[in-house]
Each structure stands twice: as C-alpha cells, then as structure tokens.
Design a protein around this ligand. Structure first.
Ligand code: OOG
Ligand code: NI
Length: 371
C-alpha cells in the first residue's frame, strides 16, 4: 500500500528488515511495530543469515527509515503553512487560541500533530493525503479502528531529524500526521451513492489532496443541502468531509513543550475555558489513555456558512483545535528535566480518546449551551 524507502540512506536495521525473510513486507512491518511496545536504545537482531547489533540515538530512528525531509524543506513547510492559513482564516476560535497561547508563551509553540479526514473509496482514502507526507519523508506507524463510527485512521511520524526545527508551529519540529477515512462500503446505499457521485465527479482530484488542502478548495462539486443532510443523518464525519474536503481538521498544540504553567494540560484547559472558549465535553473534557501518559482535550469546532448547490446557505461545522500532553515513559522517569526529549515521551494515539475527539465537530457538541 505504501511505498518503502527509495533513498540511499536506509539504516542498517531497515536493510536487514528488507533483505531478510525474502524481503517480505511483513518482516519490515513487524520491525516498525516493535517500537510501539519497546523503546530500546540498543537492539540486537539475529536471523539465520546474520546477526546485527545497532544503536539508536532516538526512539523514532528505529522506525523512521528516512531520517530527514526528502526534497525541498522550504516547499514542504510552505505547503503546511498554506494549509494552516486556510484553517486560521476559517476558524476564529482556533486563531484566537493560537494567538492567546503565543502571547503567553513569547511566540513559541510546537505542534503535536495535524489531522485530516477522507472518504475511503475510489482512491480518495488515507493514501490520497498520505502520499504527500510519505514523499517528504514521513513514516506510516499505527492503524486505529473505530467500528462504531465506521472509520479507520493511520498516523505518520515525521523524519527523525525534524524534531530539531527551531521556529514555532509549522516552522518548529515537524508534527505527526493523523489521517482517517470513512469506511464507505459500510454505509447505506443512499449515502454511498452520494459519496461516489462526488468523488467520481472530481476526476483525478484524489491526486491533489494536499494541493486542495493548501488552497482551501474542494476537489469535487458543491453538494445540495439535502445530500449533506442525508450524510449527516448517518455519519457526521461523512457530512463534514463532503463540505470541508481535505481542509485541515485540526492542529494540536503540544502542551508539554510549552514553557509556562500552560504546559500542564489541566491548567491550559482551565485557561482556555476562562478565556471564554468551549471545550469538547464528550466523555469528559480531559481524555486520558489507559497508561495515563497521553492526555488530550479539544475545543468545539467553529461553524462556517456554506452555500450549497441548490442555493441554500446553511452553517456547517468546520475545524477545531486540540491540545496534547505526552508524559515521560516510565523507563526515563529519572532523567533530569533538561535532558528529556520528545522520544522519551509517550508516542502514538489512543483509540478510546480519539473516538471522543472526533465528536468535536458533532451537532451535539456544537449546539451545547453554557458549559
Ligand atoms: C480526529 C479525531 C482523533 C486524536 O488526536 O486522537 C484525534 C478527527 O476529528 O478527525 O484527533
Ligand atoms: Ni488529534
């Protein structure tokens, strides 16, 4: 499904993974997934052909078969900046919160991840957006499944050395990427027909997902209001994707990399609420992974006015902003504060929390009154 590395800077570990077991992909993938459960700084591997011992300076190097951005970094970051600028122009809450946190933090913050939604049909699924990130050095990591919502997601880690980005936001350490897709085949006939009609009408639009996102355009025609409502009655995610297309769904502020008291996500949540913004309350404001090490919260999405093809203008949910605090892994808990790097912290995502974060664009959250 995904291309493997095409560059000449493959690490010894990955070379072994590709050569052994008849270069089978399964070996490759099992090595990638190993780092979800271990975090060795030194690892030995043996098979019948050879044994290999490799040292890793960072956890992410273990799976990142590309260590640096492939191609033009200015171009890559410029595309992200355009995606962000579409997002900031459409979502006043996200813009106000970023401005607020920037002002408290002396104009410096890091993004934990950026997220996109897609229709898993006709080549419009995860891969359509992922290809841009893969081409610039990202690595596919874990799959998450949401059977209740008929969704699946994949997240991607940035090239290993991108953690050294020295600016703020898009110009800081590169964020993880979280891309989900609607399992269109599992939808009702009526809903499938609408989704297929629009994806098919867009021709080869799936090849230009990143371009569409950075321009803030849909690759398909505008739907009618009744088509939007049909999708909304079955899947709010489907309705959102029909009118927002490849637009950035959210950016996530990495709270533990903030410098002030706001680095504690509970304090940040309090600050956001006291500043007059609503947080998604689904399952409780703070979403905590079972190991306690990944803590997330998000705002309720802004709405934008959308002009449907039949002349109806209605307000539809747009994007939101998320906050994530990743705590230090137990094996590194004695490291001095100043030595703690991103790879010493809990990585990845959490299905149960993500399931509730998806609700940040739901009618129920958007129509909530008071807190
Ligand atoms: C994604 C929701 C999940 C996370 O960080 O777990 C998520 C979405 O709303 O498309 O962002
Ligand atoms: Ni997220």
């Amino acid at each position: 499904m995904f291309r493997t590395t095409k560059c000449s800077t493959v690490s010894p570990l990955i070379s072994l993974g590709r050569i052994s077991a008849n270069s089978s992909k399964s070996k490759f993938w099992s090595i990638i997934s190993m780092k979800e459960s271990f975090s060795p700084r030194h690892l030995s591997l043996t098979n019948e052909h050879r044994s290999l011992s490799v040292s890793f300076s960072t956890l992410s190097e273990l799976g990142s078969h590309k260590s640096s951005i492939q191609g033009g970094e200015d171009f890559f970051r410029g595309v992200l900046e355009s995606m962000q600028s579409v997002y900031l122009n459409r979502n006043p809450t996200a813009k106000a919160i970023l401005d607020l946190v920037h002002s408290v933090e002396n104009n410096s913050l890091c993004y934990d991840h950026l997220a996109f939604r897609t229709f898993g049909v006709n080549g419009y699924g995860i891969d359509s957006m992922a290809s841009f990130f893969l081409d610039y050095g990202y690595t596919p990591r874990e799959e998450l499944r949401f059977p209740g919502k008929k969704l699946r997601a994949l997240w991607f880690s940035p090239p290993a050395d991108s953690f050294s980005g020295s600016g703020s936001g898009i110009y800081g350490p590169l964020p993880r990427i979280f891309i989900s897709e609607l399992l269109v085949d599992q939808m009702s006939q009526k809903t499938q027909e609408i989704i297929r009609k629009y994806t098919e009408s867009s021709g080869n639009g799936n090849k230009y997902a990143a371009l569409a996102s950075s321009l803030g355009l849909l690759t398909w025609e505008k739907p009618s209001y009744s088509e939007f409502q049909q999708l909304a009655s079955e899947s709010e995610y489907a309705a959102w994707t029909l009118v927002n297309g490849h637009a950035l769904n959210h950016v996530t502020i990495s709270t533990h990399r903030l410098k002030t008291h706001l680095r504690d996500i509970k304090k940040l949540n309090q600050f956001i609420e006291e500043s007059g913004f609503r947080l998604n309350s689904e399952g409780g404001v703070l979403k905590v992974s079972p190991d306690g090490l990944l803590q997330q919260s998000s705002t309720v999405a802004d709405s934008v006015s959308f002009q449907f093809s039949d002349g109806v203008t209605e307000s539809v949910p747009c994007s939101y902003i998320e906050f994530a605090e990743r705590l230090v892994l137990p094996q590194y808990k004695n490291l001095p504060e100043t030595e703690i790097k991103e790879f010493h912290r809990r990585d990845g995502f959490e299905v149960a929390s993500a399931d509730k974060i998806f609700e940040s664009t739901s009618k129920e959250q958007l129509s909530r009154v008071g807190s």
